[in-house]
Design a protein around this ligand. Structure first.
Ligand code: GLY
Length: 410
């Protein structure tokens, strides 16, 4: 089977790594991919926003399945372009990807489906949350606790085109819950928690994510089923009722409040870096499940979850969330792997045969162990071995959760 993965980040490297371990033999292609994916697959110089180029490539390769990583090509209609040409694709249509592409559209669907979410406010007044309505690469949400933060948030949101959405501020713990969807059925994957702020102690600017862990203590199989029943399945039903069934990965960003779970946002693709902890724990034939979802029939999908835990630490360029850190030589990846870590490439490039930084989040270092503490120790042992000029990472990924885990064991 030939699979074409669209995208070039850590999420796409984790997908390539996991799909290669699905069971049946698979030939992995990526567009444009990255040097990590190139280690076990074929990378093609086609950008993820070049819809016609991707269609040509999928045709030329005779790809059996296209798996789309990032949101922008989905919102732009890549899945429609491919499906119209008879190519199987794991990813929603442009109409269904509006669940991520427009926050006000997502809110409308949530209200119609009767799914609990943050209340919309007519006027911005601290404390509140201000969001850019459209895609903003993780930078369009402003949590405003004070009048100063509100003024700053309103200035920040003004730099994005489109409407502004204002919501009540919800308090609780956040969890990311993915489900594979075939238009009617939703199969949940193991929940994860990511770390959005740039610096330790959840301080600094929002980023795409500085690390993640899975599973999330207190959210076991029963709680996951309850959440999917409360959120994903009613949304699938509502999207089908509107004539835009959702096929692909529905990622619910949830806040678990004292009054119950509330949807903060939807993404319509695998999360990054959550994928780098969810997939190493997934057992069974992922490729078969993605192909079955693309064909509209997940009924026979055969997936399980290992009893282990995973922690990913993002190693970023010194200026991240800016993207300017390029060209610094990266060393220590073989040593990190020898120490037992999985290393997923994100912002790397090959220059004259040397692996160098190419901006933003550079590498994702994942540890897998019997519990979060063991996984965390393995991830950080890997991080310590990696070096490049200006390298930066958070030191507190999964710290609180693994400490609680140890305390609960008594
Ligand atoms: N980790 C957040 C996201 O993938 O959007």
């Amino acid at each position: 089977m030939k699979v074409l993965i669209v995208g070039s980040g850590g999420r796409e490297h984790a997908l390539a790594w996991r799909l290669a371990r699905s069971g049946p033999p698979v030939e992995i292609h990526a567009a444009p991919g990255n040097p990590g994916i190139a280690g076990s697959g074929h990378c093609h110089p086609v950008r993820s926003d070049d819809l016609e180029g991707l269609l040509d490539l999928a045709r030329q390769l005779r790809a059996d399945l296209v798996v789309v990583g990032p949101e922008a090509p989905l919102v732009a209609g890549l899945a429609d372009t491919l499906r119209q040409a008879g190519i199987a694709v794991f990813g929603p249509s442009g109409a269904a990807a509006r669940l991520e592409g427009s926050k006000s559209f997502a809110k409308d669907v949530l209200l119609s489906a009767g799914v609990p979410t943050a209340r919309a406010l007519l006027q911005p007044k601290a404390p509140c949350v201000i969001k850019a309505d459209g895609l903003a690469a993780g930078k369009g949400v402003f949590v405003c606790l004070s009048e100063e933060e509100l003024a700053e948030g309103l200035r920040g949101v003004a730099s994005f085109p489109g409407e502004v959405v204002v919501e009540e501020l919800l308090v609780g713990s956040e969890v990311s819950l993915f489900a594979l969807c075939d238009g009617a059925r939703a199969i949940p994957l193991t929940p994860a928690q990511d770390f959005k702020r740039a610096f330790d102690g959840d301080s600094g600017p929002n980023t795409g994510g500085m690390g993640a862990y899975s599973p999330v203590p207190g959210i076991g199989h029963r709680e996951v089923e309850e959440l999917v029943e409360l959120v994903h399945r009613p949304v699938l039903k509502e999207m089908a009722r509107r004539g835009t069934p959702f096929v692909g990965l529905l990622y619910a960003g949830l806040m678990l409040t004292a009054d119950g779970p509330r949807v903060l946002e939807f993404n319509t693709r695998f999360g990054d870096p959550e994928t780098q902890v969810v997939l190493p724990l997934l057992e069974g034939d992922l490729l078969g499940a993605l192909a079955a979802a693309a064909a509209g029939d997940l009924a026979g999908a055969d997936l399980g979850v290992s009893a282990q835990a995973a922690v990913t630490v993002v190693v970023a360029g010194g200026d991240y969330p800016a993207q300017g850190d390029t060209g610094s030589e990266i060393t220590g990846i073989p040593e990190a792997e020898a120490a037992g870590a999985l290393v997923f490439h994100a912002g790397t490039a090959l220059r004259d045969g040397r692996l160098v930084t190419s901006g933003g989040r550079i590498l994702n270092v994942t540890g897998v162990g019997r519990d979060l503490a063991a996984a965390r120790a393995q991830a950080y042992a890997g991080v310590e071995r990696i070096a490049f000029a200006g390298s930066r990472h958070r030191t507190d990924i999964a710290l609180t959760a693994s400490t609680k885990e140890i305390a609960n064991r008594g």
